[in-house]
Design a binder for this molecule. Sequence first.
Ligand SMILES: CCCCCCCC/C=C\CCCCCCCC(=O)N[C@@H](CCCCN)C(=O)O
Ligand SMILES: [Zn+2]
Ligand SMILES: [Zn+2]
Length: 478
Amino acid sequence: KGLRDTEHQRASPIPSQFSQEERVTMKESLKGAIQIPTVSFNPGEFNTTALAEFGEYIHKVFPTVFRTSFIQHEVVGEYSHLFTVQGSDPSLQPYMLLAHIDVVPATDQGWEVPPFSGLERDGFIYGRGTLDNKNSVMAILQALELLLIRNYIPRRSFFIALGHDEEVSGAHGAQKISALLQARGVQLAFIVDEGSFILDGFIPSLKKPLAMVSVSEKGSLDLMLEVNMTPGHSSAPPKETSIGILAAAVSRLEQTPLPNMFGSGPLKMTLQQLANEFSFPASVIFNNLWLFWPLVSRLMEREDITNALVRTTTAVTMFNAGIKVNVIPPVAQATVNFRIHPAQTVQEVLKLTKDIVMDDRVQFHVLESVEPLPVSPFDDQALGYQLIRQTIQSVFPEINIVVPGTCIAQTDSRHYTNLTTGIYRFNPVYLQPQDFRSIHGINERISVQAYESQVKFIFEFIQNADTEQRPVSHLHEL
Ligand SMILES: CCCCCCCC/C=C\CCCCCCCC(=O)N[C@@H](CCCCN)C(=O)O
Ligand SMILES: [Zn+2]
Ligand SMILES: [Zn+2]
């Protein structure tokens, strides 16, 4: 499988080799980016000083990007950045690289080094945003800077969109960039965003790492449950308080997982594509899912991460109640964050939830909801998918498994469905389960070598994208 070679590709691509000085500069630039605390706290509540500083910082460390005549830079929604890189061949449909500059909050607690120090230890750069997602922001601009220094002129136009509020909705960043591009009549060949990695050690019976390119994304429902009761003196309490009623409702939700949807949605095809990579007897099981699906579906439920792939998950994330030790609480509120399986809808999840709670005293308030995203094409004709695949093969020759998957979290790419049907979520970085837990957790870090590989990947990807849109089915046809 692959892309048809073209005259252009054969005309010597610029080699992805960086001098010692460039390698030092690129890692120091990433460290500097980590040191700017571009935290998103709540929708509309950001560290605006840091976001402004970040804008100045990228000007400073990527001067060539900003002074190149065929690159237009615009600030959108005050702190997001849109770069339009004009290619030399207008007949090629443009594509877009996405990343976000904001991060979730972090306190020093539990970190080996302060989360906004960007310190290097034992070959790793530590800090909030090293995996989610300043690594991508910096690697994209770094790769472009290095290409421009080597006098690269792209054939295919592309956009780089860097949102500033992905962690709290994307309403001020990605959504505005998307509207702007739509108003300009832009249609994209594909988009590449964060949302999956080269996964290592996520499936116990699979010893080899695999590159998972997410072609879909789970939806979400943020639901606030509320119980109101008459307040009074705690010396003569009623049999049930708002806190007790709400706690019981929340507990029922935690104890009653939503249905296992294994067999519906993109996971089945992921496992089918993986089947031959397992050793015996797992290979027999995965090659005969029609027979073994009850077993596999139960196995998937065992670990939190694979469980997230087979069902809509329920996470109680906030609980607020009580005003004073001797006052019967008037109101209790809990927030539940559901991540919706691609084969379910927001309405279905809402109905299932009400049926589980089964208590009229509990009110339901939908705070925000997003339907699961459609599946992007990943066949031999899918340019974006095939370019990612081709670049993986070149930069990570040791990886021989590339499969389509589903992103269990949400990304800014969901705001761009009006511009393309090809949305691919992939970070060219190795990820082990403990690294996954560091995202939004503690001790988030990236190795210097992994960051260099990410820059190399984008450096080659941008050149590979200059191919004509003529993907072919089989390599032997070349
Ligand atoms: C069969 C193979 C098993 C695969 C296991 C999958 C492992 C998952 C690997 C990587 C997923 C990482 C996703 C990182 C992207 C994080 C994006 C993010 O944090 N988004 C936020 C957006 C919040 C928007 C406001 N509602 C989020 O989802 O919370
Ligand atoms: Zn992210
Ligand atoms: Zn995140």
